[in-house]
Design a protein around this ligand. Structure first.
Ligand SMILES: Nc1ncnc2c1ncn2[C@@H]1O[C@H](COP(=O)(O)OP(=O)(O)OP(=O)(O)O)[C@@H](O)[C@H]1O
Ligand SMILES: Cc1ncc(CO)c(N)n1
Length: 259
């Protein structure tokens, strides 16, 4: 299941998540939290779903189907974050990847300050894996991140907030660190590095990564292996990114068909 927003341009959000699930041959269900008017150049409008709608979508799926894993993406406001947290607790669901969508890779804040606090205090502690990007990690860990060592310290700080494991993503870093992610699960501190793909078409990499992790978890793979395989998937998909639109195009989710 993905609990996330719609991207009208089809590159990120629910659309990227469902394509990623399909690629991994798992059935995708979706709980829509908001609708963005968005293209490869940016977001021009966001409409939130009512919390009651989020609850109804979640319950409709959960009482009927056996859900293997859940990822959360853009939750937009405090009410929706609280609603999602409440439902996860009510259903005792722990296999959750929390992509704390708060700040874009370019540094633009996507949700308000109250929502950020709720994300840190209420949702992060429910995460089996939290996947902040550089800027989100800076907020959650309350520190600046400029180096690999900073990413490692941030991962450890965010773990202390209650997430069972943390992946600090490097897409917002410079140079080789762009393709470096740091993992910490209270025991292992690991650096995951792939080649840097030289492309401007990186829209939806974070959504795709967390959706691929959730798909792997749903397939029964262990957490760290799920993350490793998801990162390799994103790297391949970046190699086949689509140069569509005037801005940052989406990654090529079905890259084997494009080869
Ligand atoms: N140019 C690149 N080459 C290789 N890997 C990259 C590149 N850019 C990002 N990645 C990888 O993509 C994944 C997503 O990281 P990123 O920091 O871009 O997330 P994000 O900011 O949440 O993404 P978005 O908000 O655009 O969906 C990470 O595994 C990161 O290492
Ligand atoms: C709907 C949506 N979710 C997440 C992101 C972050 O990439 C985005 N741009 N749009």
């Amino acid at each position: 299941m993905t609990i996330a927003g719609s991207d009208s341009g089809g590159g990120a959000g629910i659309q990227a998540d469902l394509r990623t699930f399909a690629f991994h041959c798992v059935h995708g269900t979706s709980v829509l939290t908001c609708i963005t008017a968005q293209n490869t150049q940016g977001v021009t409008r966001v409409d939130a779903m009512l919390p009651e709608s989020v609850t109804a979508q979640f319950e409709a799926v959960m009482i009927d189907m056996r859900i293997g894993a859940i990822k959360t993406g853009m939750l937009l406001n405090q009410e929706i974050i609280k609603t999602v947290a409440k439902k996860l607790v009510a259903f005792g669901f722990g296999n959750v990847v929390v992509d704390p969508v708060m700040v874009s890779r370019t540094g633009a804040q996507l949700i308000d300050d109250e929502a950020i606090k709720t994300m840190r205090d209420v949702l992060i502690p429910l995460a089996a894996i939290a996947t902040p990007n550089r800027y989100e990690a800076q907020i959650l860990a309350d520190m600046d991140i400029h180096s690999l060592e900073d990413m490692q310290t941030a991962a450890q700080n965010i773990y202390k907030l209650g997430a069972r494991s943390v992946l600090v993503k490097g897409g917002g870093m410079t140079g080789d660190l762009k393709a470096v992610d740091v993992w910490f699960d209270g025991d292992r501190l690991e650096v995951l590095q792939t080649e840097v793909i030289d492309t401007n078409h990186t829209h939806g990499t974070g959504c795709t990564l967390s959706a691929a992790i959730a798909a792997n978890l749903a397939l029964g793979k262990p957490r760290f292996q799920s993350v490793q395989e998801a990162k390799n998937y994103v790297t391949e998909a970046l190699k086949y990114a689509l140069a569509i639109g005037k801005g940052q195009g989406p990654v090529g989710h079905f890259f084997p068909l494009l080869k």
